[in-house]
Design a binder for this molecule. Structure first.
Ligand code: HEC
Length: 335
């Protein structure tokens, strides 16, 4: 058994395991913020986690079935179907998850295919072949063929997986309304790049046409991410309220407190603050719309009801009666 094969195998396993652990910490434990998007689908956290886990496990089962079907004889068609599966998953996840989570799960699914290919297919077949060779038998050619199919997929998937795993740093990609299409183009874009290197490394040619293909596809990505931007003048969409926020919005005194907040807080805590020297909402706390207030209820109660931490130095002259109104509203919601 070649030394470096063993090393690559463990690289693959440890990368998947550590990545999955990170996914659980960021997207499951922190799911309210990073995974589910209430403006897209009103999911409970556990439902989001279930979809997240299923996308990886069920996704792998579907892929594995496809590879074990008669399609294995038609590798190009199989590759096209794999692409369709990936795009469908990106589109589907985008209906329920945040853009970040969609792109990351697409990357995690791709990575799962790659690692599971090594663990469930390539390594076991390798062991059979090595055992045959050691025993002086001629190994059945089918094992090499099966492993070769999976290795080819892994080869083409390495580049998109890197893009998708790093996509969280690129809001123009993941937060664009065309994010799933961008992901699809990235999968397409890396195919000519891979083809170029594969051909070069095999010493069978120098297909420079792939450069043009890649450039054109990349221009598609740029166009989509530019057109996907939000522009001034579009109404801000206020997410539907759920859970505690809904209770707060329905509690008696809500309207009165909203008036107070508009008069005393929103000059700073706005999407476009107009208090001198404040350029973005401090600490990201927005207090403008009714939805904002309902979501920030507890913080408002703490900083302006129970204490006079806000406004800073009471620059907007909150009256004791205003603070009492906040406390009354909060108490009403708790009853
Ligand atoms: C003059 C501008 C200004 C006004 C008016 C103002 N805030 Fe703030 N607010 C700030 C700044 C600045 C911070 C960040 C303070 C810090 O860095 O600790 C902040 C932070 C906060 C935080 C986050 C605190 C934390 O540590 O997480 C809350 C909640 C908050 N404000 C609520 C309110 C409420 C409620 C009102 C109105 C009653 C209000 N603010 C009015 C400037 C303002």
């Amino acid at each position: 058994m070649p030394e470096h094969l063993i090393w690559f195998k463990w690289e693959s396993y440890t990368t998947w395991l550590s990545g999955f652990a990170l996914l659980m910490v960021v997207y499951w434990v922190g799911g309210e913020l990073y995974l589910i998007d209430q403006t897209k689908a009103q999911l409970a956290l556990w439902q989001g986690i279930a979809i997240s886990a299923a996308s990886l496990s069920v996704g792998w089962l579907i892929y594995d079935r496809l590879c074990k079907s008669g399609l294995a004889e038609r590798p190009t068609l199989l590759m096209v179907l794999l692409f369709v599966l990936l795009v469908a998953m990106g589109y589907g996840l985008n209906q329920v998850f945040t853009g970040r989570a969609m792109m990351l799960h697409l990357g995690a699914f791709t990575a799962t295919i790659m690692t599971a290919n090594v663990f469930f297919i390539i390594m076991p077949n390798q062991r059979i072949v090595v055992a045959d060779l050691q025993a002086g038998r001629t190994p059945d050619a089918k094992y090499g063929k099966i492993a070769n199919l999976r290795s080819t997929h892994n080869n083409y998937l390495t580049l998109p997986v890197i893009f998708l795993m790093l996509s969280n740093h690129s809001p123009l990609a993941f937060a664009s309304q065309y994010n799933w299409l961008i992901a699809a183009l990235v999968f397409l874009m890396v195919t000519p790049i891979r083809h170029y290197f594969n051909t070069k490394h095999a010493g069978t040619g120098n297909p420079t046409w792939t450069w043009l293909a890649t450039t054109l596809l990349f221009m598609g990505v740029i166009i989509l991410s530019t057109f996907g931007l939000k522009h001034d003048g579009e109404p801000e969409q206020d997410a539907a309220l759920t859970g505690t926020a809904l209770v707060m919005a329905k509690a008696q005194g809500f309207d009165e407190v909203h008036e107070i907040v508009l008069g005393r807080c929103s000059m700073c805590h706005a999407r476009e603050p107009f208090w001198d020297g404040i350029r973005t909402a401090p600490k990201g706390v927005l207090l403008e719309t009714e939805g904002d207030l309902a979501r920030q209820a507890e913080a408002v109660f703490m900083h302006a009801g129970l204490t006079d931490a806000m406004p800073p130095a009471n620059v907007t002259f909150m009256e004791p009666e205003d603070r009492a109104a906040i406390r009354r509203w909060f108490k009403n919601a708790r009853m």
